[in-house]
Ligand binder design. Sequence first.
Ligand code: FAD
Ligand code: NAP
Length: 485
Amino acid sequence: MEIEIQEEFDFFVIGGGSGGLAASKEAAQFGVKVGLADFVDPTPIGTKWGLGGTCVNVGCIPKKLMHYAATYGESMEMQRISGWKNVNEEQKTHEWQKLVERVQNNVKKTNFGYKVALRENKVKYFNYYASLVDKNTIKLENKTGVIYVKAKHILISVGGRPNYLPHIDSKLIITSDDLFSLQTPPGKTLIAGGSYIALECAGFLNGLGYDVTVLYRSVLLRGFDQDVAERMQTYMAHHGVKFVQGEIKDVKQLENETKQVVYTNGSSDTFNTVLLAIGRIPNTKKLGLENVGIPVTKSGKIQSDDLDRTTVENIYAIGDAVEGRMELTPLAIKAGRYLARRLYNNENISLDYKIVPTTVFTPIEYSAIGLTEEEAIKTYGSENVWSYVSKFKPLEWVLSDKDNDSRGYCKLIVHNKQNERVLGLHYLGPHAAEVAQGFAVAMQLGATKADFDKTVAIHPSSAEELVLLKQIKGISETDEWLCCG
Ligand code: FAD
Ligand code: NAP
């Protein structure tokens, strides 16, 4: 059947999230004709959202707003301790609907802002589901019908969606896609999973006053420094989050709005909400990749090279849908911008995936840059690796009664035969993301421990711990807890 082509583009982007939006706007700056399709399938319980992708609708931004909201609750306690009157801890209650309303107002503002930005940048936006017909033809469909467009270059930046459990009725559970717009308070909540999303959601829900249990199947924060991950768990457990090892065997709806959850370890409990945070799957199933011969890996991801090229010469892939990439917004954005600059401005640039700073936004935040201690030892051998460490009590907690479990920790991992080159930096403490961003620049420049030592501390601060490190783990480490230098 002959298909009618509605419009032709130089560059067509499938997916209007972090990576796709960045790539499309950057490409349009260079005068090429750009189109972008974005479409969101509702979740099993019907949650949907607008333009912008995961980060701004159901990821980083609503998550961080809820993280802030939870920490404000704790700051009430700090106000009382530091002499503020009329701060009544006992009467402290949180209004979930109000928080959701404010968070969703921000989401809608962002959706609108992105539409305006596309228009201003002369990127033509299609609120259609896109799939590949051949290497230059894209089928666009929504409830108004089907149209076809053509493009010289195509970018796949379709991201991913939460994983579900095949043996559990998906209407009985929610995921992070539903949580930030949940109309009723979550109540007593079970969170299955042991990584970023599980722990971040556990942290802010517990901080907002809900009873939270984390059900994890093996270790917490696989791939992160396990010494630090365990300290984070201790902190969270001390602040009320329950941790159970196991998986979900069964979920049953009970009459009184609760669900009974049976764990694989044999025990069971009842909850108002069951949240699955067990990883994400790429949106590649209905993309028509088979029509152009782009293979996917076992997990459904697309393989693209350092320059984001797939096996088809004019089709590129970036972001969460690509195999081996860390699923982080700044990486998707940078990859999108760099691709556009390579394609349309002859620039010879590529992304360095080796030193990627990241933060887990639990109530005590954890930032990591470079290698974990486990990875450093595996790569260079334990005889060549030293970990400088400090256990410290942040000054901002000194007035409170927080005990030993409420302390910060940092670790600088160095190669002891290569001029103490810094291999990894880990920081567990308040405002970890703000602390670590600048240190990522130092590591990008190849900093050594001597560079850290030469740096004048900002006193009093928690960040200064990183330029005052003296104790080497397992060699000169003491039980001493430091307080801000
Ligand atoms: P997305 O942003 O997911 O965008 C893909 C878009 O394409 C979506 O809108 C999708 O609906 C659309 N789409 C898919 N298929 C099609 C199709 N066939 N046709 C048309 N449109 C399609 N990262 C951080 O850096 N910091 C954080 O703090 C952080 N927190 C997070 C918290 C949560 C709860 C989650 C889930 C993620 C978080 N992330 C965080 C990860 C971050 O959101 C992602 O790495 C980032 O959004 C990936 O961008 P992307 O462009 O690859 O995909
Ligand atoms: P993830 O990092 O991929 O981790 C998946 C977690 O689910 C692991 O703990 C895993 O346990 C567990 N799991 C997987 N399958 C399971 C099953 N069938 N039953 C029980 N547990 C199972 O996933 P995520 O936390 O959902 O986050 C997805 C990605 O989003 C992250 O990798 C991250 O890149 C991004 N993100 C970033 C931020 C941030 O930057 N602050 C925040 C949120 C999300 P095992 O360890 O046993 O495999």
